[in-house]
Design a protein around this ligand. Structure first.
Ligand SMILES: [Zn+2]
Length: 169
């Protein structure tokens, strides 16, 4: 890993945030410790989401810093899930900021119908999901069915295609 000493930043008066970059160069980890007392004797293992490399750190009192070593690698990939056919509607609450430019409630409604139903990818909404309910069930365990875990391929091919799940075109 590469220490990004130039990006060391003071968060609070006595807390320092350190950053280091994964060997793959695609992700950065940060960790903090209190200058007075060093209350965090170790961290990790943490894994890079991009390449799977693990890192752990142990506080070294003499060096007054963490010694960071590599840990066993994980496998970055995709968790492929399915919502099987349902009898009832599935309601989803997602975070949203209502921007102030709408001049009437009708204008807002119309814009939202277009935005949600035509203009945006469903994955944009699902990534902001706060809550899911089916009918009166506000905690529908079992809604999702596990299909498979698929390690990231070398290509940019869709994880569904990589897993052999047929796609309509
Ligand atoms: Zn990495």
């Amino acid at each position: 890993m590469r220490n990004l000493s130039g990006s060391e930043e003071v968060r609070k008066y006595t807390e320092i945030c350190y950053k280091f970059e994964c060997d793959c160069g695609k992700s950065t980890h940060s960790y903090t410790h209190l200058m007075a007392g060093g209350s965090h004797p170790s961290f990790g293992p943490w894994w890079c989401d991009e390449c799977g490399q693990g890192y752990k750190g142990v506080w070294d009192k003499i060096a007054n810093d963490y010694t960071i070593t590599k840990a066993e690698k994980g496998i970055p990939g995709y968790l492929l899930l399915e919502i099987p056919p349902q009898k009832e509607s599935i309601f989803i609450a997602t975070k949203m900021l209502k921007q102030p430019m709408y001049d009437s409630p009708e204008n807002f409604e119309e814009s939202m119908h277009y935005y949600v139903e035509e203009g945006s990818c469903p994955s944009n909404f699902l990534s902001n999901t706060e809550d899911v309910r089916i009918g009166e069930n506000t905690d529908p365990h079992g809604l999702l069915k596990f299909i498979t875990f698929r390690p990231k391929g070398a290509s940019d091919e869709s994880p569904w295609i990589q897993a052999g799940i047929p796609q309509k075109t």
